[in-house]
Design a protein around this ligand. Structure first.
Ligand code: CP
Length: 336
C-alpha cells in the first residue's frame, strides 16, 4: 500500500482539508494529546526557518512524539538528488539512501527546500520534495518548497476564525505583490492563490506587471478550483480597483519568473513598485478588510507599522495556527 503524503493541498479532497481544519480547531482547544505517542518525526531543513521549525518541533512534543531536526550540508551530510551521477563532488550520499534510512527511524519526514533561483524550469519540478516522496517509506510533509501548504491551512483557519464561519465563499480576496529588495520565492503566493480559490472566494491577483503573474501550473489550479467552487479569479495591475471593497488582503513579495536566474534586469523594474506597500490608505479602500502575511515581514517595506499594529492584522493568529494545523496533518498521516 502506498503512503499518503502532504505535498500540496491540491492532492487532498475538500472534505479531507475540512477535516484537517476541524482537527486543528480541536487541537487549539486541547493542546496536549497522544496522537504521536511513541512516534518520531524527522524535520529536514535546507533553508532557514523560525515559525516552521518551532511549530513542528513543539507540535510533535505536544502530541507525545519526538522531532529530530537535520540540516543537510550543515549538521548532516550534503545530499545528491540527480540519478546516475558520479558522486565525486561535494555531495556525500544519495537521496535514495537518505530517505529510506530516515524512514526506518522516523514515522513522518518533513522537508523544506526552496528553489535555487537559477532555472525556473528545473525549480518548478520540485525535485527535492519529489525525491523524498519517491524514496521515503513513510509520509512526507512539505514545509515549503515551491508551495507552502501548511501555511495555506493556517491562513484559512485564521480567516474562518475572523469571519466566524467555515464558509468563505463570496469573500473578496486580494493577493497583492509587495516590494522586497530581493526576488523571493513564489511559494506562498502560489499557495494563497490555490487555497483562496479552493475555498470559493472571489480572488484578485494584484501585481505590478504581467511579468509577475504566477506559474501556469498554479494559475491553472486556481482556474480549476474556481470552476469547482463557484468563486472567481482575475489579475489586476491597478491598486485602487483591486483593494476596493476587499474583505481580505494577503501580501507577499516574489520574483518575476521571466527573470529567473537573470535577476539584474528585474531589480530596476521592482524598484519602481515600492508603492505596492500595504498601508493605511489602501486598507481604507477595503470593506473593513482583514490583512495577513505569512511572516517574516519587513515592516515599512511590505506593510506599514500602522497596518501591522492594527486590529485588522491577523498575521500573528495565522502564525499561531501553523502549530494547530500541522498537529492535525501529522496526526492524520500517522494514523492512515
Ligand atoms: N511562514 C514561515 O514559514 O515562517 P518561517 O520561514 O519562519 O518558517
Amino acid at each position: 500500500m502506498s503512503v499518503k503524503h502532504f505535498l500540496n493541498t491540491q492532492d487532498w479532497s475538500r472534505p479531507e482539508l475540512d477535516a484537517l481544519l476541524d482537527q486543528a480547531r480541536a487541537f487549539k482547544q486541547t493542546k496536549l494529546g497522544d496522537q504521536l505517542k511513541g512516534k518520531a518525526v524527522a524535520l529536514v531543513f535546507f533553508n532557514p526557518s523560525m515559525r516552521t521549525r518551532t511549530s513542528f518541533e513543539l507540535g510533535t512534543f505536544q502530541l507525545g512524539g519526538h522531532a529530530v531536526v537535520l540540516q543537510p550540508g550543515k549538521d548532516a551530510w550534503p545530499i545528491e538528488f540527480d540519478l546516475g551521477t558520479v558522486m565525486d563532488g561535494d555531495t556525500e550520499e544519495h537521496i535514495a539512501e537518505v530517505a529510506k534510512v530516515l524512514g526506518r527511524y522516523a514515522d513522518i519526514l518533513a522537508v523544506r527546500a526552496f528553489p535555487k533561483f537559477v532555472d525556473w524550469q528545473i525549480d518548478r519540478q520540485d525535485r527535492v520534495l519529489a525525491a523524498f516522496a519517491k524514496y521515503s517509506p513513510v509520509p512526507v510533509i512539505n514545509m515549503e518548497t515551491i508551495t507552502h501548504p501548511c501555511q495555506e491551512l493556517a491562513h484559512i483557519l485564521a480567516l474562518q476564525e475572523h469571519f466566524g464561519t467555515t464558509d468563505l465563499r463570496g469573500k473578496k480576496y486580494v493577493l497583492t505583490w509587495t516590494y522586497h529588495p530581493k526576488p523571493l520565492n513564489t511559494a506562498v503566493a502560489n499557495s494563497a492563490l490555490t487555497i483562496a480559490t479552493r475555498m470559493g472566494m472571489d480572488v484578485t491577483l494584484l501585481c505590478p506587471t504581467p511579468d509577475y503573474i504566477l506559474d501556469e501550473r498554479y494559475m491553472g489550479w486556481a482556474e480549476a478550483n474556481v470552476a469547482e467552487s463557484g468563486g472567481s479569479l482575475q489579475v489586476s495591475h491597478d491598486i485602487a480597483s483591486a483593494y476596493a471593497g476587499a474583505d481580505v488582503v494577503y501580501a507577499k513579495s516574489w520574483g518575476a519568473l521571466p527573470f529567473f536566474g537573470n535577476w539584474a534586469p528585474e531589480q530596476p523594474i521592482r524598484d519602481q513598485y515600492k508603492h505596492f506597500i500595504v498601508d493605511e490608505a489602501k486598507m481604507a479602500l477595503t470593506n473593513n478588510g482583514v490583512f495577513s502575511h505569512c511572516l517574516p515581514l519587513r515592516r515599512n517595506v511590505k506593510a506599514t507599522d500602522g497596518v501591522m499594529d492594527s486590529p485588522q492584522c491577523i498575521a500573528i493568529n495565522e502564525a499561531e495556527n501553523r502549530l494547530h494545523v500541522q498537529k492535525a496533518i501529522m496526526a492524520a498521516l500517522a494514523h492512515q
